[in-house]
Design a protein around this ligand. Structure first.
Ligand code: ADE
Length: 419
């Protein structure tokens, strides 16, 4: 039998277990689900293939699925986001882990194939790479997949495109679309962790700086709010008129990338699209500008256009690549243009991943229990799961809320009272 793991350093398992335990303290909803899964074993014998950022929070999800009886193989959803100590701890607990921080592209895809070799019945994805590989290279496995689950906006966009082209080979639950996921993880998680990543990478002071956020979806909103909270003057770039208007009325300056290029000190993309910052923008940026990305793939900054302008490159800090241009200006690319929050920091805090991964665990249970009824389409998370996650999170936070009186409920159902 081939080695069931490919990790950087098994000796770091103890450090990883400590880090996972620390994260789990802030994941009460997932802990509660895990306790129930231990009793009920809803995933008994189910082979799970997961392609997720290999972090302490992901480890808490893996432990929850394992408690439910799942047999798991895990690979990374980004070559730079793996926490090697966490990978070692999970491997020591019997999860098949194929992830090494800093793995090259060939290794990344080899690891995806190792997870495909596990013949997953549930495919849990972040960015749709695993589901993509199953459809492109392992089509014989599609019939065996009960359902996929997708964690992120970028992945859901891809899966909806597959659904529209009628090529989706199994049902997928868009976990990202749960309200208890995107309204919290994308907004507060990204907001805090991207600021954290930029600061850890550079130690830059945000106060008084012009911070340009490209994209005003939930991630961009969170980031703009938090950058403002740190004292930056925030500029928003948007292509959608409604979102641009919201950004303006939320008090941000809204302009084109061309107009923002010469005034920004820090640029961060969060759009899900490619070539958001391009050659014509780099040509106008100030000396010393910092350029980062918070979107899933490293395509939002046109990296070839940036690098071809460099006459010299230095690496003054681990996650900073400083490019000197022919005219003497220096532009600093953070985290190689990959997700700055997961490369230069720890990703979203555990408290918010608690809700995202509670949705994953409950959606896995839902898919296994209700599999026959699902077609090869992209489904939203059932509202009952969303409400349950919100209720459990409030309870864990010690927050009680009011209930409608019978009279109030009756009033809301009536159309004749109060005219
Ligand atoms: N995505 C963003 N933050 C994350 C985290 N902490 N763990 C797993 N996936 C993430």
């Amino acid at each position: 039998m081939s080695d069931p793991h490919d990790i950087a350093d098994p000796s770091r398992a103890e450090a990883g277990a400590g880090r996972i335990a620390w994260a789990e303290r802030d994941m009460p909803v997932l802990r509660g689900i895990r306790a129930r899964f231990e009793r009920e074993r809803p995933l008994a014998g189910i082979r799970v293939g997961a392609c997720l950022h290999v972090t302490a929070e992901t480890a808490a999800l893996m432990r929850t699925l394992a408690a439910g009886g799942a047999d798991i193989a895990l690979c990374a959803s980004n070559p730079l986001s793996t926490q090697d100590d966490v990978a070692a701890a999970l491997a020591a607990e019997g999860v098949g882990v194929f992830a090494r921080q800093g793995e090259d592209d060939d290794t990344y895809y080899r690891h995806l194939m190792r997870v495909a070799d596990h013949r997953p019945q549930l495919a849990i994805d972040d960015g749709a790479d695993l589901i993509g590989v199953l459809h492109a290279a392992r089509r014989e496995l599609l019939d065996g997949v009960i359902a996929g689950m997708e964690e992120t906006t970028t992945g859901v966009i891809r899966l909806r495109a597959m659904e529209a082209d009628a090529v989706l080979g199994f049902p997928v639950i868009a976990v990202n679309e749960a309200q208890t996921k995107h309204l919290f993880d994308n907004r507060y998680g990204t907001g805090q962790s991207v600021v954290d990543g930029i600061v850890r990478a550079t130690n830059v002071l945000l106060a008084g700086r012009t911070f340009v956020v490209a994209g005003y979806g939930w991630c961009g909103r969170g980031l703009a709010e938090r950058a403002r909270g740190m004292g930056a003057s925030v500029v928003v770039l948007e292509v959608d008129p409604l979102r641009a208007l919201q950004a303006a009325m939320d008090g941000f300056r809204v302009m084109t990338a061309e107009a923002a290029a010469p005034i920004g000190d820090i640029f961060c993309t969060a759009t899900g699209d490619k070539d958001v910052l391009r050659g014509e923008h780099f040509d106008r940026m100030k000396d010393g500008a910092l350029i980062a990305n918070a979107g899933h793939f490293n395509v939002e900054i046109d990296l070839p256009a940036l690098r071809e302008r460099a006459v010299a490159t230095t690496r003054p800090r681990a996650d900073v690549e400083e490019l000197e241009l022919a005219d003497g200006r220096r532009l600093a690319l953070l985290a190689e243009g990959r997700l700055v929050n997961l490369v230069a920091a720890d990703g979203h805090p555990a408290s918010v991943m608690d809700m995202s991964f509670a949705n994953q665990a409950l959606s896995a249970e839902y898919a296994v229990r209700g599999a026959e009824g699902l077609e090869n389409r992209v489904y939203v998370v059932p509202p009952a799961i969303d409400e349950e996650v919100a209720r459990l999170k409030l309870e864990a936070m010690g927050i009680a809320i009011d209930r409608l009186t019978a009279e109030q409920e009756r009033y809301l159902r009536s159309w004749s009272e109060g005219t």
